[in-house]
Design a protein around this ligand. Structure first.
Ligand SMILES: *Cc1c(COP(=O)(O)O)cnc(C)c1O
Length: 365
């Protein structure tokens, strides 16, 4: 068996240990004679699995007691609607910071239900930086940020000060990549398929005073946080197997030093790659220093002719794949290449990538 280094932005690589543990338990979970895939979500065998997963989230992220942890479906994208529907109820207005595609989608969706003020944007430089926003005030129900922009490779190095206004953050592509002070946020959410599990579950961490029984008129039952909070994420069938895998990934994170251990490992990987890019005469990073993601690293070559650049990028991606380094194509809005180096990517993967980049540069430039 040979496994590749997978640099996909999501779904993305999972720790090998976790995959093996899942394989070992596939046919017979702890003597039950069944796979977790086959279990009733209300059975006595499944209950400890979801409870354990929630406990691990709370412990690893230091979630204060006045917050609920929910396991929802519909992907992170469904949160783009649930957030305004449930939180945009007093003033009917929210502030958004626009840092690229994922915040743009959230803005577009929120505008269907409430008024939106885009209070800052990095669109002027193709979203290659995070705007520095001083204290935010105003008549807003909440302030919304996308904490790590998966596509552009930008990441907040500060938490915006919103005073008493609830702060909401999409942390899909940076959850548990480093310590984060949950108490500074009113609501955090993350689609699982970047750093937590296979696709299929969205983790929501919400301060209890924001869980309302009266969201905007017409809000479907399934899109009310209260529906899920009241029933321990069991109002309907949760994505049982994905939650089970998430529990195993969280166990792996814990064994490897928790959020701090992940940060150490992620900083080492990111430093290797950014240092290489910053010192290269062939490649360069697209994101400004001070806004760089530890998780998603887009880069270009020095080829400036669009057609030639396209050809050289394709060659890079194909030859890298032949060397077992897969999914390195950049997003079409950035071009070039992108290496997503989530928690589960080992340091060796990044070292192999740099070796390949060096060889490719010598052969082609
Ligand atoms: C991937 C991603 C999403 C979309 O997630 P889905 O689960 O596909 O809806 C939203 N926000 C960010 C930051 C992402 O990386």
């Amino acid at each position: 068996m040979s496994r590749v280094y997978n640099f996909s932005a999501g779904p993305s690589c999972l720790p090998e240990e976790v995959l093996k543990a899942c394989a070992d338990e596939m046919l017979d979970y702890k003597g039950t004679g069944q796979s977790v895939m086959e279990m009733s979500h209300r059975s006595k065998d499944y209950k400890p699995i979801i409870e354990d997963c929630e406990k691990r989230v709370r412990k690893l992220m230091n979630v204060p007691d006045n917050y609920s942890v929910l396991f929802l479906q519909g992907g992170a994208s469904t949160q783009f609607a649930m957030v305004p529907l449930n939180l945009g109820i007093k003033k009917g207005k929210a502030a958004y910071i626009n840092t690229g595609i994922w915040s743009n989608k959230a803005i577009k969706e929120a505008k269907r239900y409430i008024d939106v003020d885009v209070i800052a944007s990095s669109e002027d430089k193709n979203f290659s930086y995070i705007p520095k926003v001083e204290k935010i005030s105003g008549d807003y129900d909440y302030v919304y940020v996308c904490f790590n922009n998966t596509i552009k490779g930008t990441h907040y190095e500060y938490i915006p000060d919103t005073g008493d206004i609830p702060l909401v953050a999409d942390i899909s592509s940076c959850i548990l990549s480093e310590p984060l002070d949950v108490s500074k946020f009113a609501l955090l959410f993350a689609g699982a398929q970047k750093n937590l599990a296979p696709a299929g579950v969205t983790l929501v961490i919400i301060r209890n005073d924001l869980i309302t029984d009266e969201p905007l008129k017409g809000t479907p039952t399934m899109l009310k946080y209260k529906t899920h909070a009241d029933e321990g994420s069991m109002f309907n069938t949760p994505p049982c197997y994905t939650i089970y895998v998430m529990g195993k990934v969280l166990e792996w994170i814990e064994k490897n030093g928790g959020a701090e251990g992940m940060a150490k490992r992620n900083r080492e990987k990111a430093e290797l790659l950014y240092n290489y890019l910053d010192n290269s005469s062939v490649y360069h990073a697209t994101v400004e220093k001070g806004s760089r993601s530890l998780m998603n690293v887009p880069f270009l070559t020095k080829e400036t002719d669009a057609e030639k650049a396209d050809a050289i990028n394709k060659k890079f991606v194909a030859e890298a794949a032949a060397c077992g380094l897969v999914n390195l194509a950049g997003h079409r809005t950035v071009g070039g290449m992108r290496a997503s180096i989530y928690n589960a990517m080992p340091v060796e993967g990044v070292k192999k990538l740099i070796e390949f980049m060096d060889k490719f540069a010598k052969e082609n430039f």
